[in-house]
Design a binder for this molecule. Structure first.
Ligand code: APR
Length: 232
């Protein structure tokens, strides 16, 4: 067991090979839906049913999806390193693959919360949320997901993890949504940084980065083997 701490920042791309749409690839979610209408407080005010329907569909799809090789390779890495997963994803594929330290920056599809008291969070598994479904405090339930314009309450916790990272792995994210994308700036100097993505990364400076230009399924497995060999 190495004493090195690996922090992984994952995005929708790691779940693409599990059949879940990304957001900004061609055919991605934001091609089919208007972000404002389905993922913002304004959209919720205007048409809550539309928002609930959007997340009910994604919750069902996520529940039917299976963790892929990349999720499993990251879970396996916990046998050799301390691994913290900071994910922008709202699916639970990291957990279902066996990862034990998963920090959801943008919330979780399988949770709902009161629109009055945001600390009232309940696990709804794959169940839909309908208008009229109330929390214990009598307020309408909403998805426990961070909408555009809302606070990312876990960002400070996530930044602390990245500061302590000995190795940083970024997989399956376009790094265009802040504050999540800004986490990569928190690493100590000279920390090895890897990015796994078939597309060119949106990094203004590739210095200090190794790019695995391939899908997560093969790239994460390859990198995990390399790290285990190097640090065993
Ligand atoms: N393996 C690895 N990476 C992939 C794969 C794959 N099989 N398929 C696509 N990708 C990459 C794309 O090249 C892209 O860089 O995954 C990234 C997906 O980017 P986005 O669709 O922007 O998803 P993400 O970065 O997670 O979005 C961030 O935006 O809409 C909000 O809250 C939402 O959490 C989301 C945030």
């Amino acid at each position: 067991m190495s004493d090195k701490k690996i922090v992984v920042i994952s995005g929708a791309g790691i779940s693409a090979e599990s059949g879940l749409s990304t957001f900004r690839d061609s055919g991605g979610l934001w091609e089919g839906y208007n972000i404002e209408e389905v993922a913002s407080p304004q959209g919720w005010q205007k048409n809550p049913e539309k928002v609930l329907e959007f997340y009910n569909l994604r919750r069902k799809q996520a529940a039917e999806a299976q963790p892929n090789t990349a999720h499993k390779a990251l879970a396996d890495l916990e046998n050799s390193f301390e691994v913290i997963i900071v994910t922008q994803n709202v699916d639970d594929l990291h957990e279902r693959a066996g990862s034990n330290n998963v920090l959801h920056l943008h919330g979780e599809l399988r949770k709902a919360r009161s629109t009055k008291d945001e600390s009232r969070i309940l696990d709804i598994d794959a169940d839909p949320i309908e208008l009229g479904d109330l929390a214990e405090d009598g307020a309408q339930l909403r998805p426990h997901v961070v909408w555009f314009g809302e606070m990312v309450s876990m960002i400070e916790v996530a930044a602390k993890e990245v500061i302590e990272a000995d190795i940083l792995i970024v997989v399956g994210t376009s790094l265009v949504v802040y504050p999540a994308a800004g986490l990569i700036e928190y690493t100590k100097p000279n920390v090895p940084k890897y990015i796994i993505d078939p597309a060119e990364p949106q990094l203004y400076d590739m210095k200090g980065w190794v790019h695995y230009k391939e899908n997560a399924g093969t790239g994460v497995k390859k990198l995990a083997e390399k790290l285990k060999k190097e640090h065993s």
